[in-house]
Write a protein that binds this ligand. Structure first.
Ligand code: GUN
Length: 281
């Protein structure tokens, strides 16, 4: 029987800590505002943005959502970002991804003031993260590190295998695990003998985007399993990249979907909003 790593409980504890910090700022007359820019009508993005708004409300941060139509041009979006950069009442800026295909995502991310980049996606912040300088860390990987630490999982010296090499999860995850002194392997769609590699993992992090892909034959007895997937199974039900029923009996600890990594991502965004206030004082 694996220990279930409860992302909801861990994230609730962190949010209560943040709520107290926000209250102290309010007493000092400091109001904190997160601007969230959403372009188009992607249904998943709408859910993510709503969750971010609710989390802000809970800890006492103002969230200002700018919902722009699908036809918004790249130049128009750049103007919106620029206005938010200049706006002294805005502490953090987040442009929800993915953007419509006619907009160059990297150009938009580069336009966000790196001092307000609470997603940690600006190249300056990515660079700082890689060399280990204090900066905004990407929310999902940072949330996973926090979750492991608060669950008492040892990281230093252990074999960590990451499945997926995206800029949002896989690559930064590798850097943060390295900073914690894990021995890190990144695997991806072109990896040969994936199972042979994943079976070496003391900590296995799955960010593949394929429902229930990881079954018990990918997993070493007693391994810690972190499931970043947000997929739908054959019945349309939310599930992860890990086949929970198959893997859980073999794992030492495992995150469920929902209720694992997802809540941590939102919570780390709040952490970054407070960091922005602290850094830009
Ligand atoms: N789309 C999926 N995950 C994220 C995220 O962490 N930040 C932003 N801005 N967009 C996303």
């Amino acid at each position: 029987m694996a220990k279930i790593i409860d992302g909801r409980a861990i994230s609730a504890a962190i949010k209560d800590e943040l709520k107290e910090q926000v209250a102290v700022y309010k007493q000092q007359g400091v109001e904190i505002t997160l601007a969230v820019v959403k372009v188009g009508n992607d249904p998943a993005s709408a859910v993510y943005v709503r969750n971010k708004e609710k989390a802000c409300e809970y800890i006492g941060i103002t969230s200002r959502t700018l919902a722009l139509p699908e036809e918004t041009t790249e130049e128009e979006l750049l103007q919106v970002v620029n206005d938010l950069n200049q706006d002294n009442t805005v502490n953090g800026i987040l442009v929800q991804l993915p953007l419509p295909k006619h907009i160059d995502e990297s150009r938009i991310l580069l336009a966000i003031d790196s001092k307000k980049d609470v997603d940690g996606f600006h190249p300056v912040n990515v660079g700082k993260m890689v060399i280990g300088e204090d900066t905004f860390l990407p929310c999902t990987p940072a949330g996973i590190i926090e979750m492991l630490k608060r669950s008492g999982v040892d990281i230093a010296g252990r074999e960590c295998v990451i499945i997926g090499r995206s800029n949002i999860v896989g690559k930064p995850m590798a850097m943060l695990m390295l900073k914690e002194n894990a021995t890190v392997t990144i695997t991806h769609s072109r990896t040969k003998d994936l199972k042979e590699v994943t079976k070496r993992a003391d900590i296995l992090i799955a960010a593949i985007g394929k429902a229930k892909y990881i079954t018990d034959d990918y997993v070493k007895e007693g391994a810690v399993i972190i499931d970043v997937g947000m997929d739908r199974d054959e019945n349309g039900k939310l599930c992860g990249d890990v086949d929970f029923a198959s893997v859980e009996p073999k794992a030492g600890a495992i995150t469920p979907v929902p209720g694992g990594v997802g809540p941590m991502t939102v919570t780390m965004l709040l952490v970054n909003c407070l960091k922005s206030v602290e850094q830009n004082k």
